[in-house]
Design a protein around this ligand. Structure first.
Ligand code: IPD
Length: 264
């Protein structure tokens, strides 16, 4: 099996190419091609085009690998799986807000070993390889440490499905009075890279999908953060939190009572 750096390098090349294509082809006013789980959950022509490009580049060099993509679902099998969000932050992309990313992670035997998040409008490409650190423009990233909950700036997101949004609003109501402030950037992958870069202190979301957090999660953990779910479970669409270890514990204490396992 190749070294993880080889996967990180390939993922970076592909994420950069997809970013260039998206900038070149983005019309002044992109159109919504379809909606998914709700009217706010949109897909543009370019989400599809970006995923098609990424899939074809992966297949050209790694024809036997599995691919999980936001738009195309799961294909293939094998020990290596690519997890792709062709545009994370599609609503921002639609409106021309400068916070969307191409996110590509590589998993071997179920463990993410390489992650790349190309925050295209900012020209920032975050990269991480398991055990080899997280990087931005040649600088090694370190998350903030020693920040207590009441002074923590926390990023969050809201999935699009209406029922989930109602619960997310309830969770938010518990968090807002306990922290310095909340940021809702609109791209989970970018939010996780912001944890890595110390631009926010932590991130939580009830409802992100693997393609939203796989690559950014590795960038954050390689920068010293912890990522996980509630009550000892791994990060998942149920709940994902990420912060330096002490703040992770504090956030966990606050959020554990909202565990979806208790919903029934
Ligand atoms: C969304 C963004 C958003 C998060 C949602 C995701 P998409 O991804 O990451 O920040 O709150 O849960 O679905 O749909 O733009 O790829």
């Amino acid at each position: 099996m190749e070294k993880v750096g080889v996967f990180a390098h390939l993922a970076e090349e592909i994420a950069r190419e997809a970013g260039e294509m998206l900038v070149a082809k983005r019309p002044a006013r992109p159109e919504v091609l379809a909606t998914k789980s709700s009217p706010t959950d949109v897909v543009t022509e370019l989400d599809k085009a970006s995923e098609a490009l990424i899939r074809s580049r992966i297949r050209a060099v790694r024809p036997d690998d599995a691919i999980l993509g936001e738009e195309g679902g799961s294909t293939g099998g094998g020990r290596v799986r690519w997890i792709v969000d062709p545009i994370d932050g599609t609503v921002n992309f639609l409106y021309g807000l400068p916070e969307w990313a191409v996110s590509i992670a590589v998993e071997i035997d179920g463990e993410v070993v390489a992650g790349v998040v190309n925050v295209v409008p900012r020209g920032e490409v975050f990269t991480a390889a398991k055990g080899e650190g997280a990087w931005l423009a040649g600088q090694r990233l370190r998350c903030n440490t020693g920040v207590p909950l009441e002074r923590a700036l926390i990023a969050t997101g809201f999935g699009y499905e209406v029922g989930r949004r109602t619960v997310q609003a309830e969770v938010l109501a518990q968090v807002v009075p306990r922290v310095r402030d909340i940021r809702r950037g609109g791209s989970a992958a970018s939010d996780l890279c912001s944890v890595a870069a110390g631009r926010v202190d932590g991130y939580y979301e009830r409802g992100p999908q693997a393609w939203d957090y796989a690559a950014g999660g590795l960038v954050a953990t390689e920068a010293g953060a912890v990522i996980g779910g509630l009550n000892g479970r791994p990060a998942s669409p149920d709940f994902t939190l990420c912060a330096a270890p002490a703040l992770f514990e504090e956030l966990h204490g606050l959020l554990a009572p909202l565990d979806p396992e208790r919903d029934t």
